[in-house]
Design a protein around this ligand. Structure first.
Ligand SMILES: Nc1ncnc2c1ncn2[C@@H]1O[C@H](COP(=O)(O)OP(=O)(O)OP(=O)(O)O)[C@@H](O)[C@H]1O
Length: 272
């Protein structure tokens, strides 16, 4: 594989490449981290982190509290700069992307966070329409009443997919935690992103609601062939929903293996 494969989207589509843990996999690379390091001030969080993620892979990022999972996720998304190395996301080097290229990149990426971050006083439908703000910032995608018909109907369709079409006109602050997280998923998928990041998507939910949210999230993304990177403290979820596991510990990527090749005790070692 050449650098061009990573940088030129047309080349990525046309040329098969293999990833680290999936050497037999023939698929474009959606995310590549090369020798990534991150420091905050004088504190090194991790360094030498390298991996490639293929289109359609679901990757669980695991590690103890403070290992740097959320920080790595933010580096991969280009929300914070890396301190050394580089990240290519959908063929663009995130630190180099600016202006239109950066907007286009953001439009192809979705995020589901621990906290759903819905706008409480707005309707569920408006909150889902906000999923278009990355693609088309401005007032038109702030309220469903101002939104173009196509965006509004896509938002309704996304709500149907998460089983909340009947809640479209309800204020977001009248929902349960599980319902709110399902709306956040609808918001993340409405613009049909190629890559989805999820930072402990069920951390704030009780075990039953958390299970429902994970099942729903992965059913939707698997149907669409979306590449997913999610963080989790739940070893069972990581192994069940991840095709591949990346483990951070002591500032290094200590584990990069297929979920099928790992047992829960392999992951528990990361928490010692
Ligand atoms: N903006 C920041 N400025 C300074 N330090 C930060 C910043 N963001 C994170 N850190 C530090 O980086 C380290 C890694 O934090 P991070 O949130 O990435 O870990 P994590 O593995 O996601 O943890 P958890 O499982 O508890 O969510 C922590 O020590 C944290 O205090």
């Amino acid at each position: 594989m050449t650098d061009l494969d990573l940088i030129d989207p047309a080349a990525r589509q046309a040329r098969p490449v293999a990833t680290g843990a999936h050497s037999a996999l023939v698929s474009p690379v959606d995310i590549e981290a090369r020798e990534v390091a991150k420091t905050f001030g004088d504190t090194a969080i991790f360094d030498g982190v390298s991996f490639r993620l293929a289109r359609g892979e679901a990757v669980a990022l695991v590690g103890a509290n403070g290992a740097g999972k959320s920080t790595l996720l933010r580096c991969l998304m280009g929300l914070i700069p890396v301190s050394a190395g580089s990240v290519h996301l959908l063929g663009e080097e995130t630190s180099a992307a600016q202006g239109t290229a950066l907007r286009s990149l953001r439009a192809q990426v979705g995020l589901v966070s621990q906290k759903h971050n819905l706008v409480p006083r707005l309707s569920v439908l408006s909150n889902v329409v906000h999923g278009f703000l990355g693609k088309s910032p401005g007032l038109r995608h702030w309220s469903h009443m101002l939104a173009p018909d196509a965006s509004r109907s896509a938002a309704m369709h996304a709500l149907e997919k998460v089983g909340l079409a009947d809640f479209a006109t309800r204020r977001a602050d009248r929902l349960s935690g599980g319902q709110s997280q399902r709306v956040a998923i609808a918001r993340a998928i409405v613009s049909r992103p190629k890559v989805l990041f999820a930072d402990e998507p069920c951390a704030s939910l009780d075990p039953s609601a958390g299970e429902d949210v994970m099942e729903l999230f992965f059913r939707l993304v698997k149907d669409e062939g979306v590449t997913v990177v999610f963080t989790s403290h739940n070893i069972e979820h990581a192994l069940r929903f991840g095709d591949r596991i990346l483990g951070l510990s002591n500032g290094k990527l200590q584990l990069d293996a297929t979920a099928a090749s790992l047992s829960p005790s392999d992951l528990r070692g990361l928490y010692d």
